[in-house]
Design a protein around this ligand. Structure first.
Ligand code: IPM
Ligand code: MN
Length: 374
């Protein structure tokens, strides 16, 4: 029997509750599929940080590396200053494991309401591939005060290490700057992944998102590389959209989209919109994928601290992320069974969590999915 070693990191807020339902569902589908999931629990998150001062040390990363996948809940806690847990735990893992693909399906299930008038499940079914290691997320920048100064900025990546030595001579008031970085290889690999996914899923078009009309340096290169990669896939249509325009088209004509490939920050923004048009954050799933390495699966929503422990959070985003995990480790049939079970439960509209106007608890929803699997 095939055994998979999964690192389980429930995280903060509603994380532990939703992850518990995800594990329940994955266990049920594994039993059906004749494979075994062995879980190693990692306590990293706000409580662990506040108790020990530890965020995500090198030894933990090395330990995680021994697993077949990471199943992650959510991160963020009002007791910790914003950015610390996000950067030092979540982004740290995305970058360390070079999970350059952030795959976020935007799919309206039957039985789920969209706020878009006259749109149905057949209109809203696309995938956003968000570049996940570069752009403004490299996190370099600083503040300059009047006078002369110097700063060394470093980006360490699997693909490259780059240092910027910055001489600053500022005669104005205090200023802040943030440097975005894209690499040719970094663009190329995520675009190739997007076109390959279009081929695999039988989708006809890849849309690239940018703001090349203003941020000409980074997104000028993004466009250039997209044109080159697209040329290698003559059977797949390709197009550019500016990020401001695509927010409008997501609302007006979501049926136009098949695969959307976006730089990191725009991808972050447009996938919250994608979530909203397809049933809300309670349903929106994601995978941080390194096709040749260790991938991590998590709902795209946050830790919702005010709902912590109440048992009202919708676990479907996490359950769907678990289905993406199964697909990535090579259990495609089991992954499809989870999606079918979700489809069955959602289209019946009997078990509805609070975000869908119902009273079902987090575990009622997990149990309903498990019941469909059995
Ligand atoms: C997401 C989140 C993260 C991001 C935060 C928590 C760092 O918003 O996964 O979309 O910006 O990528
Ligand atoms: Mn986000």
């Amino acid at each position: 029997m095939t055994r998979y070693n999964i690192a389980l990191m429930p995280g903060d807020g509603i994380g532990p509750e939703i992850v518990a339902e995800g594990v329940k569902v994955l266990e049920a589908v594994a039993a059906n599929g004749g494979f075994t999931l062995d879980w190693d629990i990692f306590p990293h998150g706000a409580d662990h940080y506040l108790a020990t001062g530890e965020l995500m040390p090198e030894e933990t990363l090395k330990d995680l590396a021994k697993h077949d996948a990471i199943y992650f809940g959510s991160i963020g806690d009002p007791r910790v200053a914003p950015g610390i847990l996000e950067k030092e735990i979540l982004l740290k893992m995305r970058f360390y494991f070079d999970q350059f693909v952030n795959l976020r399906p935007v799919k309206l299930f039957d039985g789920v309401e969209t706020p878009l008038a006259h749109k149905t499940a057949s209109d809203i079914d696309f995938v956003v591939i968000r570049e996940n290691t570069e752009d403004f997320y490299v996190g370099i920048g600083g503040r300059a005060s009047p006078g002369k100064g110097r700063q060394e900025l470093t980006v360490l990546r699997e693909l490259y290490n780059v240092k910027f030595g910055l001489d600053i001579d500022c005669d104005g008031d205090e200023l802040a700057y943030q440097i975005g970085v894209l690499s040719r290889k970094g663009c190329e690999r995520v675009m190739r992944y997007s076109f390959d996914l279009a081929v695999r899923q039988g989708r006809g078009k890849v849309t690239a998102v940018d703001k090349a009309n203003v941020l000409t340096h980074m997104y000028g290169m993004w466009r250039e590389v997209f044109g080159e990669v697209a040329a290698g896939y003559p059977q797949i249509a390709s197009e550019f959209n500016f990020v401001d325009a695509i927010t409008m088209w997501f609302v007006k004509n979501p049926e136009w989209f098949d695969i959307v490939v976006a730089p990191n920050m725009f991808g972050d923004i447009i996938t919250d919109l994608g979530a909203m048009i397809s049933g809300g954050l309670g349903l929106a799933a994601g995978g941080n994928i390194n096709p040749d390495g260790l991938s991590m699966f998590e709902p795209i929503h946050g830790s919702a601290p005010k709902y912590k422990g109440l048992g009202v959070a919708n676990p479907l985003a996490t359950i769907w992320s678990g289905a993406l995990l199964l697909e990535e480790i090579g259990e495609a049939a089991a992954s499809q069974q989870v999606l079918d079970a979700m489809h069955a439960v959602l289209s019946e509209r009997k078990v509805l969590t609070k975000d869908f106007g119902g009273t079902a608890s987090t575990s009622d929803m997990g149990n309903a999915i498990v019941a469909k699997l059995q």
